[in-house]
Ligand binder design. Sequence first.
Ligand code: SF4
Length: 123
Amino acid sequence: MLIEAARKGLCAPVNLTWEITSACNLRCRHCLSDSGSAHADEFSTVECLALLDELSTCKVFQVNIGGGEPFIRPDFFRILAHAERKGIVACVSTNGTVLDHTEKHIINYQLNQTLRLEDENAR
Ligand code: SF4
């Protein structure tokens, strides 16, 4: 079956990157995405969940979510939980400054997500 799937080729990216917000509390001078303020046209919660539904249907395996600082969004845990429900591996790039210890624990051990912390001293 895998060989047959390989012959047909991929129908969607295995892995993609999603800059979910431009909002960031640090506003580093070196920021490649020039993050600081959110864009006016960023996806709503409903739009984010619908995008994850679509990616799941397309069989996208992994989404690297960054920004900006994703955890600035008040709906971000809901979005992560939806990715988990849909079987999508979510890797999150965060500066880690807006998460408390309990939230980091939940992300690492309960949601089974990958968390990458940027060096906040680098700004
Ligand atoms: S913490 Fe990351 S996303 Fe935020 S301004 Fe700095 S480099 Fe950009």
